[in-house]
Design a protein around this ligand. Structure first.
Ligand SMILES: Cc1cc2nc3c(=O)[nH]c(=O)nc-3n(C[C@H](O)[C@H](O)[C@H](O)COP(=O)(O)O)c2cc1C
Length: 442
């Protein structure tokens, strides 16, 4: 849904409080840790100053127990732990800052489509049309156990359920026509029943009568985000998503990914412009290249040596602490696939990394290089973003992810890189409309 060739900007706030970043300079400075809205409100104000489209919150209601076979490592280092439900922060941020949108994650595996449709309709009202739903199928074994499952549902079966889930959510959002509300005090008619439709949906997983008992929201259909990178994940994105997140690591791989998504979009009767991609990128910016290198060194120093293996374990559901460090990636692949967790992104690692690399070597690179990395002066960063953007069809933008502290690094990006993007005609100077869709579209 990106008609313009401008770079859309988003920031991934999923991990900036955890994963070693809580130790970084500029992280949480001046704020109480995690649980109060003033921090998030200030972050929203900073993002709005940089005309960001979206602040994004991933979610997984679990605690990784993979590394070492228990929760101790995740808790000791704060690896994706804690992970609060960020939904209540959304109205606070929306009131504090105008223009910027909010993406928040809910699982199609654990939450009923009626609940999600109703909740996101309400969030769309409260934010004045600035909400997006990141529809995930969920991959954490501990999360499955928290929701009462003995075992994680199999990968492709999760996606099959997700296809039906999204079909129902969208039908519920469409069940009340935009002009259904009459509010005629004279006649006493509140709404036109001809414009409010029963679904009577009966599927393999869900039976939903409908209609949605709600006023049509400002966007009608809140923006849908999808981040699966496997075949079924890409199909779900091609069918329903307005935006996809992607973690490709090299330009050839990004181009291949864009082409694969375009082919699937065309099969679904949609066009490439119907689904933009936000590429995850880790940015290290400073006034000089030397200062950027120094910041990078401080960031790397804050990460314990075993961090990569901890991260690999939590991502792929396998205890990497038990594997021989000299095993090659190619030897681990079958076991990773058998975990039924996150196959799409491991395939990407195999494709873009030397498959002869050992587990030990990958561990060292994994924390810091698993998404695109751009470091240096604002001009150097803008050169790099511009190249990636143009070479992949200028259809979406970037999601600042991993390795950035807040509010420190977000403020730096807004102060240093955004003006450079604007100067090049690649960054927006103002919001174009009140809703997230208005801004993503143009
Ligand atoms: C950038 C990105 C962000 C993601 N965010 C979440 C998240 O917040 N919660 C979650 O459960 N899964 C998340 N995922 C996982 C995917 O939604 C998907 O469930 C997972 O990648 C497995 O599907 P795949 O094999 O199609 O990649 C994310 C994936 C990517 C690439």
């Amino acid at each position: 849904m990106c008609q313009s060739e401008l770079i859309h900007l988003a920031a991934d706030l999923s991990f900036f409080h955890t994963d070693y970043l809580w130790r970084m300079p500029g992280s949480w400075s001046g704020y109480s840790y995690y649980s109060r809205p003033d921090f998030y409100e200030d972050v929203a104000r900073i993002a709005a100053r940089g005309i960001f489209d979206l602040l994004f919150f991933g979610d997984s209601a679990g605690t990784s127990e993979e590394y070492g076979g228990n929760h101790h490592t995740a808790v000791r280092y704060g690896v994706k732990w804690p992970w609060h439900d960020m939904m209540p922060m959304i109205p606070c941020m929306a009131r504090a800052a105008h223009g910027v949108g909010f993406g928040i994650t809910m699982s199609t595996t654990y939450h009923h489509p009626f609940y999600i449709a109703r909740l996101f309709n309400a969030l769309d009202h409260v934010t004045g049309g600035r909400i997006a739903w990141n529809a995930v199928t969920s991959r954490s074994k501990n999360e499955a156990a928290n929701w009462g499952y003995d075992k994680l549902i199999e990968h492709d079966a999760r996606y099959e359920r997700a296809q039906e889930h999204l079909q129902v959510v969208r039908a519920l959002w469409d069940s009340v026509e935009p002009d259904a509300i009459v509010l005629d005090r004279e006649s006493g008619v509140f709404a036109d029943p001809q414009k409010v439709h029963v679904l009577d949906f009966r599927g393999r997983y869900y039976n939903v009568r409908g209609p949605l008992p709600a006023l049509p929201s400002p966007q009608g259909r809140p923006v849908i985000i999808q981040a699966g990178q496997s075949g079924p994940g890409m199909e779900l994105a091609a069918t329903y998503a307005d935006l996809q997140f992607s973690t490709r690591r090299t330009l050839p791989s990004m181009k291949e990914h864009r082409a694969a998504l375009d082919a699937k979009l065309s099969k679904a009767g949609r066009t490439p412009r119907d689904c933009g991609i936000l590429w995850s990128v880790r940015v290290q910016v400073a006034e000089s290249a030397a200062a950027a290198r120094e910041k990078e060194r401080a960031y790397l120093d804050a990460i314990p040596p075993e961090a990569g293996l901890i991260e690999l374990s939590s991502m792929y559901g396998l205890d990497f602490s038990l594997l021989r460090r000299d095993m090659r990636l190619i030897d681990v692949a079958d076991e990773v696939k058998a975990q039924n967790v996150h196959w799409g992104s491991f395939e990407e690692i195999l494709k873009t990394t030397d498959p002869e690399l050992t587990v030990e070597q990958l561990g060292r690179k994994f924390m810091t290089e698993r998404i695109l990395v751009a470091g240096g002066t604002p001009e150097m960063i803008a050169d790099q973003l511009e190249e990636w953007h143009r070479e992949t069809g200028a259809n979406g933008g970037f999601m600042l992810g991993r390795g950035f502290s807040a509010p420190g690094n977000l403020r730096e990006f807004v102060d240093l890189v955004v003006p450079e993007l604007q100067r090049r005609g690649l960054g927006r100077r103002q919001y174009l409309g009140p809703t997230l869709r208005d801004n993503l579209l143009h």
